[in-house]
Design a protein around this ligand. Structure first.
Ligand code: 4NP
Length: 160
């Protein structure tokens, strides 16, 4: 299953989500079933590493990972099964890129939780712990959704 996380700059929320979700999947022994990436709807931070306050927040929770920011293209939409965006602006930007197509695989990350909401951009709020908590909640709910609704795909992967 190919999953890509998407935010605006691809230096805060989506690389945090990529690292958090990879860790979650690994701890459940499901790494072989997922290809997990992230990208941004803008080229503002193209080639830049994860923003240091985001890295520090991950480190406080025992997580490390490297990433270079990259703008999303239509290929990312075509090649992924799930495009998980952080907020309504991301959703509109991705749908603009696709001309309104592929809506069936584009979701706000927190739409899988009991409390669907946008994940506020910590670049502006400066609240990186809040972003970490919201992203973790979204990733956990998404993984539970996959285990519940796509168990056959996980089982298929485990046999190949
Ligand atoms: P992100 O945060 O979308 O969570 O990566 C941002 C990072 C950089 C900018 C905006 C948002 N920027 O304008 O450079």
């Amino acid at each position: 299953m190919n999953v890509t996380f998407v935010c605006l700059g691809n230096i805060c929320r989506s690389p945090m989500a990529e690292i958090i979700f990879k860790d979650m999947v690994e701890k459940e022994g499901l790494s072989a079933s997922f290809n997990i990436t992230s990208c941004g709807t803008s080229d503002y931070e193209d080639g830049n590493p994860i923003y240091p306050p985001a890295q520090k927040t991950l480190a406080r929770h025992g997580l490390v990972g490297a990433h270079r920011a990259r703008i999303m293209t239509l290929h990312d939409v075509i090649n992924n099964d799930y495009i998980l965006v952080m907020d309504t602006q991301n959703l509109m930007d991705v749908l603009r890129l696709t001309g309104g197509k592929f809506g069936e695989k584009i979701f706000k990350l927190c739409s899988f939780t009991a409390d669907p909401r946008d994940i506020a951009d910590p670049w502006y709020t400066r609240d990186f712990e809040r972003a970490y908590a919201d992203i973790t909640d979204g990733c956990r709910a998404f993984l539970e959704y996959i285990k519940r609704e796509k168990a056959a795909a996980l089982d298929y992967d485990s046999r190949h």
